[in-house]
Design a protein around this ligand. Structure first.
Ligand code: MSP
Length: 544
């Protein structure tokens, strides 16, 4: 999944590492599946920030279309009122709670978006890319998409057809509307995929798209005239734009397309569009074709993640079995939540969530391996050296093995998380190092060495050895705090504070991945304090 580029310069117009999430439908509140992609994007962008790169992270909400309109109607409010309420009361607060550090939040009902969308489609219309025609076919309101016969399942009654994603009956729509000449773009798209083999990831997603485009592409119906909750077509206001065509453009309107050319030059093309596998075709086929038609560059990568599953089905509002992200964070904490899903499920594949698996990983990986290591090391510096970090006297083989282990972990984590979006693999590499540090302490037995350091029979040699072990442990934790900062920012900050690192090294956010493996950065004499327990014992599982 590699695609490297130099984003390290900071001058005006230097390219930024720009990552987007899908913009979410606000017909309902966010669930674990939405949070999964948003946390992944947050970790990816925090990782690149930690490299010292210029970064831009975009998320937002998709507010037009029939689905939102019907939900608002069913709740007796206008669509705009409904969207405003959901965005302010549900979506933004959840992202804040999960410590999502997005740089912008786009809502498709904002004028900064709708004005640019109108200009964009007018341009395509003027270029002859859009024409008027008629269409009839099965439509799924849940997907906001006309379906092909191969996309449908048989329903319970004779002739009834169901959407394969939503398992709900499709509706038959017949409309006169405007079409985008998507069919003209098949060969150009195939050429583009061939020239850019990393454009669609993972490989399974790429193959699916290739197979789809290799068949004949049909022109795309891009307007609706049977309802009005959407962006009016500037040349025919009886029609509103198909919600997907409006939605996809969020990636450029938020980046300054048509309003701020300098910023747009810095941000576009996007580095990574993160998408769920169900919306891959929109991002890897329709969106690139629209950009080609407009003469704009294409995003560098579209990366599809799998679904979080419950009982073998895609997790959705209706089959969530009542679990909201905050039910999990109130039990496990926000940082463990951010960690768990990325660690437990290889990005790109479907994965099941279970309370038991989360508890087991929390206890063994976070509380025992990592949290205990941090508190034991700090406690020993407190007990034996009054909380003042001693200098390492002479490093031997055991210390060298740790330095090598750290260098290996940094290289692997940087490549896997920063380039390959293999979060599980990157975290495994970091935790391999944490395990190695634990092994080092177990083998070195500082509590025994302490007996040769102080009191009767205490020696300079004993004190020197003890100092070496504890400096080595603290220095390893210094590096671990930096590596885990993008994933668990609050925990990493607590660790940074407990190591007294700020006084000598500055803020945790100012540390870079490039220097994290440089041994000996944590200054001798740092004030080490025990601080609070990073991962407290879990309470009993709340009753369902
Ligand atoms: N509004 C469109 C996206 C427009 S992007 C220009 C949309 N919205 S959505 O709210 O229905 O879904 C947004 C994303 O959430 C999709 O990528 C979808 O795959 C993802 N998920 C919804 N349920 C999910 C899981 N159970 N697991 C993982 N992601 C899932 O589609």
């Amino acid at each position: 999944m590699a695609a490297t580029a130099d984003h390290s310069t900071t001058g005006a117009n230097a390219p930024a590492y720009y990552v987007s999430t899908p913009i979410y439908y606000v017909n309902d509140r966010p669930h674990l599946g939405h949070a999964y992609t948003t946390v992944a994007g947050d970790v990816l962008t925090r990782w690149h920030r930690q490299r010292g790169e210029k970064v831009w992270y975009l998320t937002g909400t998709d507010e037009h279309g029939q689905k939102i309109m019907r939900t608002a109607e069913a709740n007796g409010v206008s669509p705009q009122e409904w969207c405003d309420k959901l965005v302010e009361e549900e979506w933004k607060p959840l992202w804040e709670h999960l410590e999502i550090a997005n740089d912008d939040f786009i809502r498709t009902t904002q004028q900064r978006h709708t004005d640019r969308v109108q200009e964009f489609v007018q341009d395509l219309y003027d270029k002859g890319e859009i024409y008027k025609g008629g269409y009839s076919g099965p439509y799924c309101v849940g997907c906001e998409e006309y379906k092909l016969p191969g996309d449908l399942l048989d329903g319970a009654t004779e002739g009834e057809k169901l959407c394969a994603v939503h398992k709900k009956p499709v509706e038959w729509l017949e409309e006169e509307n405007y079409f985008f000449r998507l069919s003209a773009y098949g060969p150009k798209l195939l050429e583009f995929y061939a020239a850019n083999p990393d454009f669609i990831q993972p490989a399974s997603a790429r193959n699916e798209v290739l197979r789809f485009v290799e068949q004949d592409l049909k022109d795309l119906s891009i307007s609706r005239s049977t309802f009005n909750w959407g962006v009016p077509l500037p040349w025919d206001e009886k029609h509103v734009l198909y919600v997907w065509v409006d939605a996809l453009q969020n990636y450029i309107t938020a980046a300054g397309y048509g309003s701020d050319p300098e910023r747009f030059a810095e941000l576009w093309p996007a580095s990574v569009h993160l998408v769920g596998k169900d919306i891959l075709r929109f991002h890897a086929v329709i969106w690139p074709a629209m950009l080609m038609a407009a003469g704009l560059p294409l995003p560098k990568r579209v990366v599809a993640n799998g679904w979080l599953m419950v009982g073998g089905e895609k997790m959705s509002k209706s089959n969530l079995t009542g679990i909201a992200p905050t039910d999990l964070t109130s039990h496990f904490g926000v940082d463990a939540y951010r960690y768990y899903f990325l660690r437990a499920i290889p990005f790109g594949t479907d994965g099941s969530f279970s309370w038991e698996d989360f508890s087991a990983r929390y206890t063994s990986e976070l509380a025992n391996d990592f949290g205990n290591l941090a508190s034991r090391a700090a406690a020993m510096v407190g007990k034996y050296f009054g909380g003042v970090l001693p200098a390492s006297a002479s490093d031997g083989e055991a210390e060298q093995a740790l330095k090598d282990g750290l260098a290996k972990a940094v290289e692997a984590a940087d490549r896997k998380i920063g380039e390959e979006l293999d979060f599980a693999g990157g975290l495994a590499a970091i935790f391999e190092f944490v395990k190695q540090v634990n092994g080092y302490i177990t083998e070195q037995e500082p509590w025994k060495v302490a007996k040769t350091a102080f009191g009767d029979g205490g020696s300079d040699e004993g004190r020197a050895r003890l100092a070496t072990i504890l400096y080595t442990a603290a220095e390893s934790l210094r590096a671990t705090a930096v590596l885990l900062n993008p994933v668990m920012p609050s925990t990493a900050e607590k660790l940074w504070a407990s190591l007294g690192a700020e006084a000598g090294l500055g803020a945790l956010s100012a540390q870079t991945i490039a220097t994290v493996a440089d041994w000996g950065r944590l200054p001798v004499g740092a004030t080490v304090t025990k601080g609070e327990i990073l991962f407290p014992r879990l309470e009993e599982k709340p009753a369902a």
